[in-house]
Unconditional design. Structure first.
Length: 198
């Protein structure tokens, strides 16, 4: 699943001679937030700027299962999908020097919350329900939005999940409608100044 933010091209480059140093810690950076928050788009650019490997939890699941996330939902339901997601997170979160974009619902399981908090720096990419819907409204690969009123479903999901995102986050970043390159610049500074608790 692709989270989309306004970008200048399919593979944007950081501009203005941005020089990113590696982070002063090896712990993974975990991106959490709703579908459409920009976790994949921002995560890919952030990893490139940090000289880290980028992983997308949904893509990891699809590679393991050989089918799209939407088909896993169709066959196994949300409960089956969440079990697979937790197993993939357990494994991926143990890797160092990565940026990992989680799925929007990965924070729901208490064991996943512990895993994120104990193993890395968690960044909540926040956006309004209106902005999120604008970004995902044409995407047919969002199983939880295949309802009669997808905008209302998105609002309900955000209301349920936002307190969890906030509770697991070490850093929160409001993405708004700024270009992904600008988000990455700001996030780089926040991450470089963040002091990891030992």
């Amino acid at each position: 699943m692709n989270d989309s933010l306004p970008i200048e091209s399919a593979e944007p480059r950081l501009e203005d001679g941005l020089q990113a140093d590696l982070l002063p810690y090896s712990q993974p950076v975990f991106l959490v937030g709703m579908m459409g928050a920009g976790k994949t788009t921002i995560g890919r650019q952030l990893a490139r700027a940090l000289n880290r490997e980028f992983l997308d939890l949904d893509h990891e699941l699809e590679a393991r299962c050989g089918v799209r996330v939407s088909l896993i939902f169709d066959i196994e339901g949300e409960e089956g999908f969440r079990k697979r997601e937790s197993a993939a997170l357990e494994e991926c979160s143990q890797r160092r020097h990565i940026v990992l974009a989680t799925g929007g619902g990965a924070v729901l399981a208490p064991e996943n919350q512990r895993c994120l908090n104990e193993r890395g720096v968690v960044v909540y990419l926040r956006a309004t329900a209106e902005e999120l819907f604008r970004r995902v409204s044409r995407d047919r690969n969002r199983p939880l939005l295949q309802t009669a009123d997808p905008q209302a479903s998105l609002r309900t999901l955000l209301a349920q999940r936002e307190p969890i995102y906030e509770s697991v986050a070490d850093l929160t970043f409001e993405t708004g409608n700024m270009p992904a390159t600008q988000v990455v610049r700001s996030l780089l500074s926040m991450l470089q100044h963040y002091e990891v608790q030992s």
